[in-house]
Design a protein around this ligand. Structure first.
Ligand SMILES: Nc1nc2c(ncn2[C@@H]2O[C@H](COP(=O)(O)OP(=O)(O)OP(=O)(O)O)[C@@H](O)[C@H]2O)c(=O)[nH]1
Ligand SMILES: [Mg+2]
Length: 387
């Protein structure tokens, strides 16, 4: 690979399981090691991630190609299941640049969505080791031609965990690109539809313009490995793979140029939206319980409101009162001080003075004008005498 740079770049690979993330890293190591396809042909194939796959040079009985032994991070027991178990950082050094590539378990794990949730968490934990991400590569299989639920699920899982500011750092890389002559083909139309929906429904704008779309095919890497392990491959026409190597090399050079042309993404932004998201998710349970309790109480209250009013009414010491005026046939001596009277409304609607302090319950004085104050004749009342 002939790119003049001396920069350290952090690159995150994301994509559905089986799309070719780990293979792309191995392929890149060979592109950085050998000067051309012909230089690599027949020499040991380089790999940093153990891998195994089947090739079918003749009929249905395939040959298993193995590079390295499976380790705890690459589960190669079954070709049909997800391989990469945990995110891992691979350092690829070249005289001109150093790439820290984060390979991650794929979304859409064959063991189910709970594993995806766990994987997302451990991917973010690994990303947190870096301050900046220069490139976020989303790998898509170039034969995807439908915007189906799986596609939407995987893309949501990949994109909704990224901060909006990461948008310029996102690149789309279409793998298995030979089938579309190294163009994104129909898969880009599906991507366009998805990104339009993302913009309309969630207001997230991510471009898929020529400058962030790339096509690669790791088949030449597979061919080189098979060439060393399966005799039939040595007599096979290799032009297709030579061309595939060269076209992929050009794509990697374009990817590199794109990554160094944009400002790196501050990882803290992506981590903080994910912390907020985790907090919201952890609050959802308690909030749902509280909401249910409130609704329950409200329904209960509506049902029992009449009973409650009745019970409260029965417990009141004074429910209500009315004032009826009865004229006495004898006078009483009362106190007219402000604190000893109140003004109340009688049943006939008139206001009457209510004398709370009775000084003499029955006054026998004669010729004292009634309801008169101050009244000097009252000085002879027994109430006054007592004083
Ligand atoms: N022909 C062809 N085969 C590919 C390409 N990329 C990957 N493969 C094969 O596809 C299979 C899955 O590739 P992996 O690299 O393990 O995929 P992955 O995205 O790392 O998958 P997980 O680790 O499960 O997330 C392997 O058999 C690869 O050899 C490609 O561009 N062309
Ligand atoms: Mg992998």
């Amino acid at each position: 690979m002939n790119i003049k740079m001396a920069k350290e770049l952090n690159i995150l690979l994301l994509g559905q399981t089986g799309v070719g993330k780990s293979t792309m890293i191995n392929f890149l190591v060979n592109l950085c090691t050998y000067s051309s396809f012909d230089d690599a042909l027949g020499k040991p194939v380089k790999f940093v991630i153990p891998t195994s796959f089947k090739v079918y040079p003749k009929g249905i009985k395939g040959h298993e190609i193995k590079l390295g032994d499976p380790d705890e991070n690459e589960d190669l027991t079954k070709l049909t299941q997800s391989h990469t178990q945990k995110p891992k950082i691979y350092k690829i050094s070249h005289s001109d640049f150093i790439l820290n590539i984060i390979d991650v378990p794929g979304i859409g794990d064959t063991r189910g969505t709970l594993i995806d949730e766990y994987n997302t968490k451990i991917i973010l934990d690994t990303v947190a080791l870096f301050e900046k991400l220069h490139g976020i590569c989303i790998l898509l299989h170039s034969d995807r031609d439908k915007l189906d639920l799986m596609y939407i699920y995987c893309m949501n899982e990949l994109l909704l965990h990224l901060h909006n500011e990461a948008a310029p750092n996102i690149l789309f890389i279409f793998t298995h690109a030979t089938r579309c002559d190294f163009t994104p083909g129909d898969a880009n139309e599906v991507l366009t539809d998805y990104l339009k929906e993302l913009k309309d429904k969630k207001g997230i704008v991510i471009n898929n313009e020529e400058e962030n779309l790339f096509s690669i095919d790791s088949e030449s890497f597979r061919y080189l490995a098979a060439y060393n392990q399966v005799p039939e491959y040595q007599n096979m026409e290799s032009n297709q793979y030579r061309s595939s190597w060269e076209q992929s090399l050009k794509a990697f050079q374009a990817i590199y140029k794109r990554i160094i042309s944009v400002n790196p993404h501050s990882v803290i932004n992506t981590l903080s939206i994910n912390e907020a998201r985790a907090m919201i998710i952890s609050l959802m349970g308690p909030l749902a319980t509280v909401t249910a309790l409130i609704e329950d109480n409200y329904a209960h209250y509506e049902q029992n409101i009449d009973d409650i009013i009745k019970k409260l009414t029965n417990n009141l010491l004074i429910t209500d009162y009315t004032i009826e005026l009865n004229k006495l046939d004898y006078p009483k001596t009362v106190c007219t001080a402000k604190k000893c009277i109140s003004v109340e409304k009688s049943t006939d609607g008139n206001f009457v003075t209510f004398y709370k302090q009775i000084c003499h319950a029955r006054c026998y004085l004669k010729n004292v004008p009634l309801e008169h104050f101050p009244e000097p004749a009252l000085k002879d009342c027994a109430a006054m005498r007592r004083e």
